[in-house]
Design a protein around this ligand. Structure first.
Ligand code: C2E
Ligand code: CA
Ligand code: CA
Ligand code: CA
Length: 275
């Protein structure tokens, strides 16, 4: 497809998906789905650019519905957000990740940091930080092994409250990543005071990097900007070696993408961190 066609492909995809799933039906199925353990956490490797070693993972939720089969998170997360069930799912995801971290520790796999996506609704919920703190204590996992990702769009939506909550979170010792960077409207003044340890440059920013010189300059500038504000950088959507080499040459700290590995079930992912 040519560049100009992307918008259409997107719309087409969207309308097909919307017909495929009945929102109300999914909405009603969610509680049962948690009870029936239809949700599973997959882990996508994040590598250190300089030696391509797997040093972290992103936890990505999967829903295997008994009737529809696999439903992508882009479909059900928004429904969960509207219904408030995202809070339950967030707790579930964190507890699964913490249990997994503990297992890896017991079986002496390399300990790695796991990133968990957090929606604005969770962050806005009273007692969220206390809950995270309690769960860390309960599972006895070091806070340094957990990172929360919040999208640029979400972070901007409720600046004042998210700011306060994010600082509280950081006090626990967990770290914060600003996700989907480049897709929203983050201002420089906001970025300057945003308490992120890591900036994740969105895949849409790198999609045409191999054939577009302007895109290359923009990515390079974003990496330099993040560094000058004291943040580490993850570039997402790295799908081949040429891209990996180019991005490494820009001094990007970490990379994530199908070239290094797709999101995998825990038992497959752990082969990558076997000592
Ligand atoms: P995201 O946080 O930006 O996650 C990255 C998405 O890009 C994932 O899609 C991942 O599978 C995909 N991806 C990674 N590398 C490549 C690549 O090289 N090429 C391509 N084409 N795609 C790549 P996924 O797993 O479908 O997740 C979609 C979104 O759903 C996530 O975007 C995140 O915003 C949301 N999400 C997933 N799990 C959770 C969760 O537990 N809680 C919340 N609140 N949101 C979640
Ligand atoms: Ca993410
Ligand atoms: Ca992302
Ligand atoms: Ca995203």
């Amino acid at each position: 497809a040519q560049k100009s066609g992307y918008g259409h492909i997107h719309l087409y995809k969207k309308s097909v998906l919307e017909k495929k799933y009945d929102e109300l039906e999914l909405f009603n199925a969610i509680h049962e789905a948690i009870e029936k353990s239809e949700f599973e956490i997959y882990y996508q490797p994040i590598v250190r650019s300089k030696d391509k070693e797997v040093v972290a993972a992103e936890a990505l939720i999967r829903w295997k519905h008994e009737k529809y089969g696999y439903i992508p998170p882009d479909i059900f997360i928004p429904i969960l957000e509207k219904s408030g069930f995202i809070i339950d799912l967030g707790r579930y995801a964190l507890s699964e990740v913490l249990k997994q971290q503990k297992r890896w520790e017991v079986f002496r796999f390399k300990s790695i940091e796991v990133s968990i996506n957090m929606s604005l609704l969770e962050l806005e919920t009273e007692g969220f930080v206390e809950n995270v703190s309690q769960m860390l204590a309960e599972h006895q996992v070091a806070p340094e092994l957990i990172k929360f990702e919040i999208t640029e769009g979400a972070a901007m939506e409720n600046e004042i409250q998210t700011d306060r909550q994010l600082h509280e979170l950081k006090k626990l010792g967990v770290s914060i990543a600003l996700d989907d960077f480049g897709t929203g409207y983050t201002s420089f003044s906001y970025l300057k005071k945003f308490p992120a340890d890591v900036l994740k440059i969105d895949k849409t920013m790198t999609d045409h990097i191999m054939e577009n010189k302007e895109d290359q300059r923009i990515i390079k500038a974003m990496i330099d900007l993040g560094h000058s504000l004291g943040m580490k950088i993850v570039v997402e959507g790295v799908e081949n070696q040429e891209m990996a080499d180019l991005i490494t040459s820009y001094k990007c700290d970490y990379m994530q993408g199908y070239y290094f590995g797709k999101p995998l079930p825990a038992y497959e992912f752990q082969e990558l961190i076997r000592r």
